[in-house]
Ligand binder design. Sequence first.
Ligand code: ZN
Length: 165
Amino acid sequence: MKSRKLSSAPVVTGQCLCGVVQFEMEYPAFWAWHDHSRASRLAHGAVYATYVGTWRKRFRITAGEGDINRFAEKETGAVRSFCRCCGTPLIYERTRSRHMINIPRALLVIRTGRQPIYHLAIEEMQDWAYVGEPLVPLKGYPGVFCERSKKKSRVQEARLSALTR
Ligand SMILES: [Zn+2]
């Protein structure tokens, strides 16, 4: 990614976990979305990834460019960049939109001007994803909460009845 001067538009800054790679993009972003695809799940090691998409020309690496590694997906040609020091995923470039880049939302420190209201590959969403079930504190473990959903309690009931048979 070439280093270039951005216009005087307000910027949103971000960085990787170790702080070696730093970047900025002009505010606001173009859009934001949740990606439930297998590839993004594996690339992030998380149930899904949330991205902010912006025009390539509105994005700039401000530090650590030499510490960015790139991985090209054979099947799709998409390119994923990550910090070679700490492994943080940095940029996701999809072949279908070459003028756009996608940045993990979690790396940006302030509001981006876009809420992630879109879901891609929703059919690949995992059944272990947390989708807002009610939580209760776990007794004896400060700071740990536990789901108390009807689904889970039915499973627990089934296990209990199996044990007591
Ligand atoms: Zn890093």
